[in-house]
Ligand binder design. Structure first.
Ligand code: RP5
Length: 155
């Protein structure tokens, strides 16, 4: 049962979204992934979210560029947490996606990370899952401690 579902709006988004999978895998968090465009295939998106929920997905991570409807559309279809990942593409280089993803109406939130902030999208998903998973919380705490000691090291 994948705990996280990563969705991206286009095949062209895959390279920028890869750190989501790499980070989750380092923390032993299972993740399914699919390319589904909110604008080009809205019915398939609806099916994908329903099936992922039925399979036990707890957190969705949705990455998209340009008008970036995907994360908000996913949030409209589920009450589980959605992390939105704005991706740099097109004439506005991700500013358009950042604003489209962050500016959700009250009641349908998307937790938005930085443009191309794929690793943080995964860390946010990990923090959410760690609320109900002691072992994952311990892995996260250990990693945070390692990170702190690296900041202090004069290398
Ligand atoms: C968005 O438009 C996608 O998420 C992608 O970032 C961008 C361009 O998509 P393609 O034309 O490369 O499929 O919906």
């Amino acid at each position: 049962m994948p705990e996280v579902m990563l969705l991206v709006g286009s095949k062209s988004d895959i390279p920028a979204a890869k750190p989501v999978l790499e980070t989750l895998s380092r923390f032993e968090v299972s993740c399914a992934a699919a390319v589904v465009s909110a604008h080009r295939a809205p019915e398939r998106l609806q099916r994908t979210v329903r099936e992922a929920e039925a399979a036990g997905t707890k957190v969705f991570v949705a990455g998209a560029g340009m008008a970036a409807a995907l994360p908000g559309a996913v949030a409209s279809l589920t009450r589980r947490p959605v992390v939105g990942l704005p991706l740099a593409s097109g004439a506005l280089n991700g500013m358009d996606s950042l604003l489209a993803i962050a500016q959700m109406p009250p009641g349908v939130p998307v937790a938005t990370v930085a443009i191309n902030g794929a690793a943080n999208a995964a860390y946010l998903a990990i923090e959410i899952l760690a609320l109900g998973d002691v072992a994952l919380g311990e892995r996260l705490a250990r990693w945070r401690e390692e990170q702190s000691s690296r900041v202090d090291a004069f290398e």
